[in-house]
Ligand binder design. Structure first.
Ligand SMILES: Nc1nc2c(ncn2[C@@H]2O[C@H](COP(=O)(O)OP(=O)(O)OP(=O)(O)O)[C@@H](O)[C@H]2O)c(=O)[nH]1
Ligand SMILES: [Mg+2]
Length: 418
């Protein structure tokens, strides 16, 4: 089973909570606050594993969660930062946000690391909240929580040349004679079930060739089958279109040629407009008139081959190299930079509840609420000051609040007093 597309769930670690603690020692009264900060949650980082060539490891849509940061503790102990979680993928994997389809990363370079989700920030311990006015802060900050996301990974093989054609025309045979690759070869359709890569040397040069499964199942009603595999030649620079010129399976080679080209067109414009070299295989079983007719009716200048006795192979390699050297190199996909929004911690808005109470909502409120321990008047005073410092009180007054009115923030409720 070959998997080249997979959906997984990923979640960075939450930040660890800050600690509320006071220094205690025998004979020492009123030790100061000594609660340490929480550690950061682990990031989710994608890396290329050069030994991987499929996404088989991910076919069951698993969940990948980085560890949470450790909570802070007394004696100013900082909680440990959680280790990052590395997700290994084969080179050429394109990672998209499943919800929007936006490309997050193209794992094109062999040693690229992409941080897709950042771990939550650790909460501050109460030691951090000490000030001249507040000697004994009785609260600490919760760690930042992270959200789970769903991403789709899609393998798009990186190669210079793509071999395309009907099943059983000799694509894999060709790859096996031009490179050291050892693909499976047999006289039936769909011998190749997943892409094979081979490195071809041509004098001092080399290029990579991808052999994919046959495109059309001639046995059925002529519907495209291997369509999905075209993804693996989608970023090549050149197509070698292999046609069985002997018509050994009863099809007309000229029709084969046009059918495959229309499959390429259906897939996308780029594939259809790539330079193409036509290679006629199984010429040992064809009559010269068949080759002549092919030339005439397709208007192409094909290379006539018999892979099994290496005929036409040098000519093909030369033609491929001569074309490739004029073409720009394969590059990573172009896409708008995509980043998961870091949590909104600065906005707020005011609504009214049905009983007339004022309700505060938005990222800023959630951020402040992390700091509030409900049973601590100390932390509540801190919360109220934060509301004032950030213009929330002013905004409330602008919307007409008066002394004695009720204000609600998440599950906290208090009476407005100026
Ligand atoms: N006579 C002759 N037979 C060939 C030639 N090239 C390949 N074959 C035979 O054609 C059959 C199919 O070859 P493959 O290389 O497996 O064909 P393929 O295009 O990769 O097929 P799929 O992977 O199924 O799409 C094998 O039996 C090969 O030995 C050739 O030049 N002449
Ligand atoms: Mg094959």
């Amino acid at each position: 089973m070959f998997t080249d597309r997979a959906k997984i769930y990923i979640k960075a670690g939450n930040g660890g909570n800050g600690c509320t603690s006071f220094y205690t020692e025998k004979y020492i009264a009123n030790g100061g606050p000594d609660g340490g900060d929480g550690g950061h949650g682990g990031d989710i980082i994608f890396v290329v594993d050069p030994d991987m060539s499929t996404l088989n490891d991910y076919r069951f849509s698993q969940h990948y969660r980085a560890e949470n940061g450790e909570n802070g503790s007394g004696k100013f102990c900082h909680g440990k930062n959680a280790p990052h979680l590395y997700i290994k993928v084969p080179r050429g994997t394109v990672i998209r946000d499943s919800e929007t389809g936006g490309i997050i990363a193209d794992m094109f370079d062999p040693d690229v690391e992409v941080t897709v989700l950042k771990g939550g920030i650790g909460g501050k311990g109460n030691a951090r909240f000490r000030s001249s006015r507040r000697q004994a802060p009785n609260f600490s900050q919760g760690g930042q929580k992270t959200e789970e996301k769903c991403v789709t990974m899609e393998l798009k093989t990186i190669a210079d040349v793509g071999l395309v054609g009907y099943p059983n025309v000799g694509k894999s045979t060709l790859l096996s004679v031009i490179s050291a690759a050892k693909p499976k070869i047999a006289n039936y359709h769909f011998t190749t079930l997943s892409p094979n890569l081979g490195v071809v040397s041509y004098y001092d040069h080399s290029f990579v060739v991808a052999d994919i499964p046959g495109l059309i199942d001639g046995a059925s009603e002529g519907v495209g089958l291997g369509h999905d595999f075209l993804r693996h030649v989608d970023r090549t620079r050149l197509i070698v279109h292999v046609v069985d010129i002997s018509g050994s399976e009863g099809r007309d080679p000229v029709e084969d040629y046009f059918n495959i080209n229309s499959e390429l067109e259906k897939y996308n414009e780029r594939l259809a407009s790539l330079p193409q070299i036509v290679a006629l295989s199984k010429a040992d079983m064809a009559e010269p008139e068949q080759i002549e007719r092919f030339r005439k009716e397709t208007g192409t200048d094909p290379i006539v081959m018999c892979s099994i006795i290496h005929e036409g192979i040098d000519e093909l390699k030369k033609a491929v190299w001569e074309t490739l050297k004029e073409l720009p190199p394969v590059t990573a996909m172009e896409f708008e930079p995509f980043e998961y929004e870091s949590k909104d911690t600065t906005s707020f808005f005011i609504t009214r509840d049905s009983d007339g109470a004022y309700r505060l909502e938005g990222g800023m409120m959630e951020e402040f609420a992390r700091n509030v321990v409900l049973d601590s008047s100390d932390s509540f005073a801190y919360f109220q000051r934060k509301l004032k410092d950030n213009g929330v009180i002013k905004a409330l007054k602008k919307s007409g609040i008066e002394d004695g009115d009720t204000v609600r923030v998440l599950d906290i409720e208090f009476e407005f007093v100026e």
